[in-house]
Design a protein around this ligand. Sequence first.
Ligand code: 0O2
Length: 221
Amino acid sequence: LDIKNLQSFKVELTRFMMTYKFALDEMNTKIKILQEEFEYVHEHNPIEHIKCRLKSPESIFKKVLRKNCQPSLESIKAHIKDIAGIRITCSFLSDIYTLSEMLQNQSDIRVLEVKDYIKHPKDNGYQSLHLILELPVFMTDRTEYVCMEVQIRTIAMDFWASLEHKIYYKYESDVPKHLLQELKEAADSAAALDRKMEGIHNEIDNIKKRKKVYDENHKLQ
Ligand code: 0O2
């Protein structure tokens, strides 16, 4: 590449990355709206935290090489679906599916893929619900349909995934067998904890509902 070409590639790449940033901003707003209204209507906040990230150009190019795709922006757009990523950590298992349904039902969102690693955990124990979504971003002179990966998980799943990620990098992918076994057991414990917390949450919810009915009946008398 000569200087002129390099400069025009830089402009193109910056514009390309901007569309993903805008898509993240849009999705972040959508999730915050759902969170705020859900809390108002159901008196329960389903989201613990939201984390947005843009893949760095370095890791995009690593993935390009791994996937054997052309190093052009068109090919990257077509093959790499997680340049923009949002991770939503929920309080309870049921919140994951409620939020996922709410996002999937929005008319400007196109659902490209759903990977349910909660119903079908990975062999290492990894659990999360992954949605590959596409949404329109209205630019000054065009509309771009931008893809992103939304990962939805509980606090326990997130705790497990971040620890596993650190161990994986520490051992440069070559994790000792006994640690893999222990990680799998920890994933099973995390799943059991999630089910227990869901049960407690449902019980408290039922008590709250019964109290509301009782209070309303007594107000009427
Ligand atoms: P980062 O740094 O989090 O972005 P793909 O390669 O994405 O086209 P794949 O492998 O089917 O296809 O994607 P999948 O299964 O949807 O997983 C993508 C992302 O999920 C990963 O992104 C991780 O964030 C997370 N993930 C998947 N499996 C595991 C796992 O076993 N352990 C942990 N800790 N996270 C996992 P990246 O790009 O790998 O990393």
